[in-house]
Design a protein around this ligand. Structure first.
Ligand code: GAR
Length: 192
């Protein structure tokens, strides 16, 4: 699992009995990420790969991939990981990286999806779980859940309801992934 921030999605995964035993390592780019404390409290191994310790996106991506491979992980789950991964990572785990994103992709890719949804005045936004490919927030979609925007919503209130949906659907999808029931070929996703 890769996580940069508060780690509420990671928490939902740690609390899923069918998923927890498959979590070999949690890696963060941020040594102070609350996500790391959540992992430690569940006796899951943690590692930090700092952006500033590497000379740019490729060396950083290679170092992350080395950390993931060091525990023999076969798949990667991004849980609020806020760095763009370079080919040095994606090529090594192609078709084996899942991400959760707080919008209905392809609307509002990037790091400010909730703000952008509010700025555009959309009435429905939501959550997307997708495989990661070489473009940002672009890979094959596995699942989506809609969230209605309410009058008076701000980033915090809307993101809160989006996260509730993330915590509901991501564990289900990750469970299928770790149980070998989720596959992708080209843009075709099959979940058994
Ligand atoms: C989640 O809402 C996730 O969708 C978002 O960051 C949040 C992390 O929360 N990810 C992105 O915006 C990726 N582009 P968490 O650390 O509490 O799981």
């Amino acid at each position: 699992m890769l996580a940069s921030g508060s780690g509420t999605n990671l928490q939902a995964l740690l609390a899923t009995p069918e998923v927890r035993p498959h979590i070999a390592l949690v890696v963060s780019d941020n040594p102070d990420a609350p996500a790391l404390a959540r992992a430690r409290s569940h006796d899951v191994a943690v590692a930090t790969v700092r952006w500033a310790d590497h000379g740019g996106r490729e060396p950083f991506s290679e170092a992350l991939a080395d950390a993931v491979e060091s525990v023999g992980a076969k798949g990667v789950v991004l849980a609020g990981f806020m760095r763009i991964l370079g080919p040095g990572f994606i090529d090594r785990f192609h078709g084996r990286i899942l991400n959760v994103h707080p919008s209905l992709l392809p609307a509002f890719p990037g790091a400010h999806a909730v703000e952008h949804a509010l700025e555009h005045g959309v009435k429905v936004t939501g959550v997307t779980v997708h495989f990661v490919d070489d473009k940002v927030d672009n890979g094959p979609i596995v699942a989506q859940a809609p969230v209605l925007v309410r009058p008076g919503d701000d980033v915090q209130t809307l993101h809160g309801r989006i996260q509730a949906e993330e915590h509901r659907i991501y564990p289900e999808i990750v469970r299928a992934f770790v149980e070998g029931r989720l596959e992708v070929a080209e843009r075709r996703v099959v979940m058994r």
